[in-house]
Ligand binder design. Structure first.
Ligand SMILES: NC(=O)c1ccc[n+]([C@@H]2O[C@H](COP(=O)([O-])OP(=O)(O)OC[C@H]3O[C@@H](n4cnc5c(N)ncnc54)[C@H](OP(=O)(O)O)[C@@H]3O)[C@@H](O)[C@H]2O)c1
Length: 325
């Protein structure tokens, strides 16, 4: 069921206040992250791992014994070397990718397949809040592409190429509570490029997180038809003191950095739900789960609706075919 109380993530100001207030609300934890929950022998791909939450997740899963593949647009090899130093693990590798470019996603899947064979856990984390719309090389809108469509393409290519080790695989999407903000789907303009400026950016961010969450639920339905065994998870880490606000107007940057530093959680703290979903035996038999901070929640009812999941999947497939990927 959707939240009874409507939250407001409409613009950068209200989204920041809502995020901070959320941290002070009482949350019943879904479980705990135990030091004994290890990932020895597992291969984990974390994307968007050059910064913020993704980097913290890469370090922590390496500490827990996983072979880690950091799929990054920037920071190669420096961020990988830093992750090795911080985790004390040498078993960290890097692959380049630009999720705004469909060809680059195809290359990532080929590189992964050729160099590493298969992965056990995929953590889809990369995301942006751009200050304005930008067209990608395939003519799509960049935030639509990075925050939603790249993930549809990436996951499906990985599945087609047999890149998942099918003994206890997991897929985890870093979504956001802002997915509860949109009132409806705009199916007619799915994938159509539109101009916008910063005022509309947060609203669209919530809309693309709704698409992502709807996709996550539908993916779990499709992967677990007949029998369970391929858990798909989504989560909101709450407000993270990361570089997500990098495109905010320069004049607001000092204030924003101060608010982030005082009120937002460090990427290490914020990574807790991701680490729980990646490592815990508590969720091993689930087909789908959604966490907000460490609390279990239902996703927005629009995202949970199978009709919406089916429609989104069909539209995404059609767009992929049109772009010939
Ligand atoms: N920060 C928050 O308060 C908050 C709250 C809820 C959810 N989230 C979600 O958490 C996730 C991580 O964000 P963050 O807060 O850690 O922000 P961040 O520090 O800005 O990290 C974002 C990551 O995404 C990567 N990325 C962006 N565009 C990319 C592209 N075209 N191709 C490949 N990688 C790309 C960035 O790579 P570069 O370093 O190369 O740019 C960076 O590694 C996002 O999905 C975000 O929506 C964040």
């Amino acid at each position: 069921m959707a939240d009874k109380k409507e939250k407001n993530y409409d613009n950068p100001f209200t989204a920041t206040i809502t995020g901070i207030l959320d941290l002070f609300r009482k949350h019943e934890p879904a479980g705990e992250v135990k030091p004994t929950d290890r990932l020895d022998g597992k291969t984990v791909l974390v994307d968007g791992a050059s910064s913020g939450l993704g980097f913290a997740v890469a370090v922590e899963v390496a500490r827990r014994g996983a072979k880690v593949i950091m799929a990054c647009r920037s920071g190669i090899p420096a961020k990988g070397e830093e992750a090795k130093r911080r985790s004390g693990s040498e078993n960290i590798h890097m692959l380049p990718v630009d999720f705004s470019d469909l060809e680059s996603i195809r290359k990532l899947v080929s590189d992964l397949h050729d160099q590493f064979g298969s992965i056990d856990i995929l953590i889809c984390n990369a995301g942006i809040v751009p200050k304005k719309s930008r067209k990608t090389s395939q003519g799509l809108e960049e935030m639509f592409m990075v925050n939603y469509f790249s993930k549809f393409v990436f996951v499906n290519l990985l599945l087609e190429r047999g890149c998942f080790n099918l003994i206890h695989p997991r897929i985890i999407f870093v979504a956001s509570e802002t997915h509860r903000n949109p009132k409806e789907f705009d199916w007619d303009s799915f994938g159509v490029y539109k101009d916008y400026t910063i005022q509309k950016s947060i609203e669209l961010y919530g809309y693309y997180k709704l698409l992502l969450t709807t996709f996550a639920v539908e993916l779990s339905r499709r992967l677990n038809q007949g029998s369970a065994g391929f858990p798909v998870f989504a989560l909101c880490p709450g407000p993270v003191n990361s570089n997500i606000g990098r495109e905010a107007p320069k004049i607001f940057q000092p204030l924003m950095k101060m608010i982030f530093a005082i009120f937002f959680r460090s990427p290490e703290k914020a990574s807790k739900p991701v680490i729980y979903l990646a490592t815990s035996g508590d969720v091993a038999d689930k087909t789908f789960d959604y966490l907000f901070l460490m609390s279990r929640k239902e996703v927005n009812e629009m995202a949970a609706d199978p009709g919406n999941g089916q429609r989104l999947w069909t539209l995404s497939e059609q767009l992929q075919k049109k772009l010939d990927i």
